[in-house]
Design a protein around this ligand. Structure first.
Ligand code: 5GP
Ligand code: MN
Length: 336
């Protein structure tokens, strides 16, 4: 497929459509999927969203979020739905290994595939790629996509709530990846009736008591600061994982607290889960954690926010991470 006009004409008839997004979906993954879902459903298509794994509780208020099929829970039904699709939209990820088994099924299925994504280094597994690594979020790109199709007038309050959610969560409440253009889009969303105050409250003030206690535990007992490398680490053990009954989304945002310390340029959150050790990396300024995630932890993401995993156990992973630091020291202790 060469251009957007071809895609537009393909979508001018009612189609069976699948939207899929990455494992452990966040506000942008679910917001962009539901935003595009409502737009396409309103246009008369038959649309299903398939997420490889469950979405976090703080998104439970989103319009029709309960219709999302979770591959981990319904593998056969999900596969059947994918087989029926005439077109698949891949949102907020750019490599098939980010969606595990769903990726294998999609790879084998011979239908039109479209990617809309803002992560670095997209892989080429689709027929039509919309990749913008300068975009704040996939939600911003879905907004642009609908506008570029000439359908800005089809945007509505419901779609606006979904797109605002991903913009809000992926920019850390408008702290990074912002632009004049993004604020204009947000103004348009508010004109559609989006209540930014209410959504911030729904999304960010929805912690359970155990989550706030877990944050306290992380900051008080599990934080290591390495000023000589401008780096902070918070780690959680398998025991912490069960003591605090950690579920998807419970640890969201904890890593960012490390960057509040003066002089800390890289933050690592290293969590031992039942089968893997999950790593979340954040940085400030020009220092790229994407490269560290990709090269050393089979992951990827963005310059200032990336993730990956290790299969070596917590202590070995912490050791490996600390041993990498001397290599990056000159970049980490430079003035921002
Ligand atoms: P988080 O630390 O919040 O899990 O993820 C931060 C960013 O890194 C997100 O943009 C996410 O898509 C990306 N990311 C997280 N884990 C992985 C991973 O295992 N592989 C890749 N390629 N990207 C990841
Ligand atoms: Mn995103």
């Amino acid at each position: 497929m060469e251009n957007l006009q071809e895609l537009k004409s393909f979508l001018s008839q009612a189609r069976d459509i699948i939207i899929t997004t990455h494992r452990n979906p966040d506000g942008d993954a679910i917001g962009s999927s539901l935003g595009l879902y409502h737009y396409l459903e309103d246009r008369g298509h038959s649309v299903k969203i398939i997420s490889p794994s469950e979405y976090p509780d703080f998104l439970a208020w989103m319009p029709e979020v309960e219709k999302i099929m979770i591959y981990d829970i319904e593998p056969e039904e999900s596969e059947k739905a994918i087989q029926k699709a005439e077109i698949i939209f891949c949102l907020d990820f750019n490599a098939l290994d980010r969606i595990d088994k769903v990726g294998e099924i999609i790879d084998k299925h011979n239908c039109l595939k479209v990617m809309i994504d803002h992560h670095l280094y997209p892989e080429n597994f689709v027929d039509y790629i919309i990749s913008d690594t300068t975009a704040s979020s996939t939600c911003e790109m879905v907004f642009d996509f609908i506008v570029d199709l000439g359908h800005k007038h089809f945007l509505n309050h419901k779609i606006g709530d979904c797109l605002f959610t991903g913009i809000l969560t992926d920019t850390g409440s408008f702290k990074y990846s912002t632009s004049a253009k993004l604020f204009r889009i947000v103004a348009d969303l508010l004109d559609l009736g989006v209540d930014d105050y209410m959504l911030q409250d729904l999304i960010f003030n929805s912690m359970k008591e155990k989550q706030l206690r877990l944050l306290g535990h992380c900051l008080y007992n599990r934080m290591e600061i390495l000023p000589e490398y401008g780096t902070g680490i918070i780690y959680l053990t398998k025991e912490d994982y069960s003591t605090y009954n950690i579920k998807r989304g419970d640890t969201e945002g904890i890593v960012n607290f490390l960057l509040k310390i003066n002089g800390i340029k890289m933050a690592a959150f290293i969590m031992e889960q039942p089968t893997i050790v999950k790593i979340s990396l954040r940085s400030k300024g020009d220092f790229s954690v994407q490269e560290i995630a990709k090269r050393h932890f089979k992951g990827g993401g963005h310059k200032n926010a990336s993730g990956g995993a290790s299969f070596q156990g917590l202590n070995a992973t912490l050791k490996k991470f600390k041993e990498l630091l001397p290599r990056y020291k000159s970049h980490l202790v430079k003035q921002i």
